[in-house]
Design a protein. Structure first.
Length: 277
């Protein structure tokens, strides 16, 4: 097996990796659900490479993302659902259908008329999608209703923020942030109860409720939760790097330091930050 610029080679590689008798033990047991986190991660890696303006990394990360598409398609093909070719056919059909002003005959010749045409085509696609789902017995549709325009494909923090903003448009919202603090305390108490119950699914449910409430107070004080958390992540990296460098300077290993020693260095890092501020 040799590398190639032909997409068919990547499809062949994935087929070989999934062969029950001769394939890779890890790849063979994967499902849509188990590789979903990797798919999301690869999309973020692409975004990161773009933000860093690193086209070398971007080329590699786009390949990793493409691999995820091939992986999902292979699993679906084994289930008799669809193949990679069907994925390509679906997206090319969609692009041709949504651009009649380019690939067919259309009077749309301005950005405004193209937008109106696009919306009409998407509305027709939505009706067709609903009919297909009904035939497959799928009744729950998160794209329907007042919250239907909030995409589930966004990061969870962003989706929570958008859901709250949409609900607020019809008055389903607190008028000030203080009552949300009470709600947060309520959710913390419920999380404590869930932890005491020893039921992981209950803990996860209550944890989600708490995070949702935290997003809500961020919205009320104009603090974007994604941005706020990213800032905290950066702060955590910086402080932990201080721990690591301090230990290295004393010929100590992270693995041997222990929590008490690392906590003391963490507090030292905080003190340095306060002095700089």
């Amino acid at each position: 097996m040799e590398a190639s610029k032909d997409i068919s080679r990547l499809i062949e590689i994935m087929e070989a990796l999934r062969q029950p008798e001769t394939g890779c033990p890890w790849d063979i047991v994967q499902t849509f659900e188990t590789i979903k986190p990797y798919t999301i991660e690869e999309a973020y890696e692409v975004a990161d490479a773009i933000e860093r303006k690193d086209t070398d990394d971007l080329c590699e990360e786009l390949g990793d993302l493409l691999l995820q598409v091939v992986f999902h398609s292979r699993i679906a093909e084994e289930m008799g659902e669809f193949s990679f070719g069907d994925v390509v056919h679906a997206v090319t059909s969609k692009m041709i259908r949504r651009h009649p002003h380019v690939f067919a005959v259309s009077d749309a010749d301005t950005p405004e008329t193209v937008k109106l045409q696009w919306d009409a085509i998407k509305a027709a696609e939505k009706r067709e999608r609903a009919e297909r789902r009904a035939k497959r017995g799928i009744t729950e549709d998160f794209k329907a209703g007042f919250l239907g325009n909030v995409h589930r494909s966004q990061p969870a923090l962003t989706e929570a923020l958008k859901l709250q903003e949409q609900a607020a448009r019809v008055g389903f919202d607190w008028s000030k942030p203080e009552p949300i603090l009470d709600k947060i305390e309520e959710e913390v108490a419920e999380l404590r109860e869930a932890l005491a119950s020893g039921k992981p699914e209950k803990v996860a449910d209550e944890l989600g409720d708490l995070i949702f409430a935290l997003v809500n107070i961020g919205r009320h004080v104009s603090a974007d939760p994604e941005t706020a958390l990213r800032g905290t992540n950066t702060k955590f990296r910086r402080r932990f790097n201080h721990i690591e460098q301090s230990l290295e300077s004393n010929n100590e290993r992270l693995e041997d330091a222990g929590l008490e020693r690392m906590e003391a260095l963490w507090q030292a890092a905080k003190a340095i930050e306060r002095q700089l501020d």
